[in-house]
Ligand binder design. Structure first.
Ligand code: HEC
Length: 131
């Protein structure tokens, strides 16, 4: 009897672990549907950034990545890297890394996750042309 007790107590923990194991792939699948179309699109027609179209989108970025150039709105909270004048490929790569989770930062993850491949290309074109 005494030997059994610890196992019984641990039961909820097993359930919890099992739930997480099921929930994690489900989450990954929920995020997946965007991937095939995004992967197929460049092959059909390469996405090119449009600086004009980006002007509607940068409102999301201005507060932190100040325009023009480098101006952090909350220097006392965190360092915001300068993206104006950066290489477009570099900006694209960074945003895609946040989007896919290869890189992580609370705000940038959320923002990049809301951007389409076209948005990313437009923003990269815009910021790489900003001096
Ligand atoms: C709430 C503030 C905030 C907003 C809004 C924001 N960023 Fe950022 N961004 C950051 C911070 C902080 C980092 C650095 C994060 C890190 O250390 O990984 C960053 C990093 C980046 C980087 C990587 C730069 C590098 O040199 O590594 C890019 C590119 C970028 N942001 C683009 C954007 C774009 C495009 C938008 C708008 C769509 C945007 N950000 C909106 C705060 C913000």
């Amino acid at each position: 009897m005494k030997l059994r007790l610890p196992l019984v107590r641990l039961a909820p923990l097993f359930v919890l672990v099992a739930t997480c194991a099921i929930a994690a792939p489900a989450k990954a699948q929920a995020a997946a549907p965007a991937a095939p179309s995004a992967a197929a699109a460049p092959a059909a027609a390469p996405i090119t950034g449009n600086v004009q179209n980006a002007r509607d989108k940068v409102s999301m970025c201005i507060g932190c990545h100040g325009i023009p150039g480098y101006k952090a709105s909350f220097p006392e909270l965190y360092h915001v890297p300068m993206i104006a004048g950066q290489n477009a490929r570099y900006i694209e790569a960074a945003l895609n890394e946040y989007k896919k989770g290869a890189r992580s930062h609370p705000t940038m993850d959320a923002i990049a996750g809301s951007l389409s491949d076209q948005d990313i290309a437009d923003l990269a074109a815009y910021y790489s042309n900003l001096k």
